[in-house]
Design a protein around this ligand. Structure first.
Ligand SMILES: [Zn+2]
Length: 149
């Protein structure tokens, strides 16, 4: 018999998602609510915990070790071409048109001068051509790594 164990957030009771246990613990929230709350809590903690533990430039790649143990390797040119700033990614008007000045990229544009961490939610690289206004949030970085998303 399949039994799904759930802990009640109000009184800590562990109970099973079948009718018998539900009637035994009358003080508990409904099973659906309880599961939704547990799920919400897990999602929140995963989001809060995601951060960069270590990063280093190795050859032509930025290597990132994530707090959950995963590792990502981003070619510097790939990273620069995915710069999310308004200058590189363009700005969208209400009709959905994208305005973008074609950025002039040179070999220097793909050299990483420095990389600062921003407020615990992202990184801000500074490139060899002086460009440094793009902030890559951790979730954006993760989405760029096709092995992890
Ligand atoms: Zn940019």
């Amino acid at each position: 018999m399949h039994r799904n164990l759930v802990s009640c957030p109000r009184n800590g009771h562990i109970f099973c998602c079948d009718l018998g246990d539900r009637t035994r613990f009358r003080g508990c929230l409904s099973i659906k609510q309880t599961q939704a709350r547990i799920l919400e809590k897990q999602n929140r903690s995963e989001f809060m915990q995601l951060s960069v533990e270590n990063m280093a430039v190795i050859g032509q790649e930025l290597a990132i070790r994530w707090s959950d143990g995963a590792e990502s390797y981003y070619p510097l040119e790939f990273l620069r071409r995915h710069c999310p700033c308004a200058l590189c990614a363009g700005e969208r008007d209400i009709a959905g048109n994208v305005y973008r000045a074609e950025p002039k990229l040179t070999p220097k544009s793909f050299q990483l001068k420095s990389c600062a961490s921003v407020g615990g939610y992202g990184i801000q690289p500074e490139w060899g051509d002086g460009h440094g206004s793009g902030i890559f949030s951790f979730s954006y970085l993760r989405s760029l790594d096709r092995n992890l998303s």
